[in-house]
Unconditional design. Structure first.
Length: 102
């Protein structure tokens, strides 16, 4: 039975997001280096995030990942091609046009 990601509990969304996710091949690409040990130059961060967005664009679990991010509200990293600030914008009242952002 297929269930739309918006109907799944948060724990199930996380599991669905991970199964087959492209970000598993290079997690640092999406999360960046450890901020406690490395200072990432803004230009390097922008370039890394652009590549991460490209990877997300073809990811087979992008819809589940986006739904998970909207519910979990991560502050860092690239999730389904979106930054934490872009995800926060989706959570503002009247801004649930998730399919338009995809």
């Amino acid at each position: 039975m297929n269930v739309h990601p918006s109907k799944l509990p948060l724990a199930d969304l996380r599991s669905a997001r991970l199964d087959g996710a492209e970000c598993l091949f290079d997690p640092e690409l999406h999360d960046g280096p450890d901020p406690l040990t490395t200072i990432e130059h803004p230009d390097a961060r922008a370039a890394r995030e652009d590549v991460a967005r490209d990877v997300c664009a073809s990811c087979p679990v992008r819809v589940c990942c986006r739904e998970y991010a909207v519910h979990a509200r991560p502050k860092a990293g690239i999730w389904a091609g979106l930054t934490g600030l872009e995800i926060d914008a989706l959570n503002r009242p009247g801004r649930r046009e998730l399919d338009e952002v995809a």
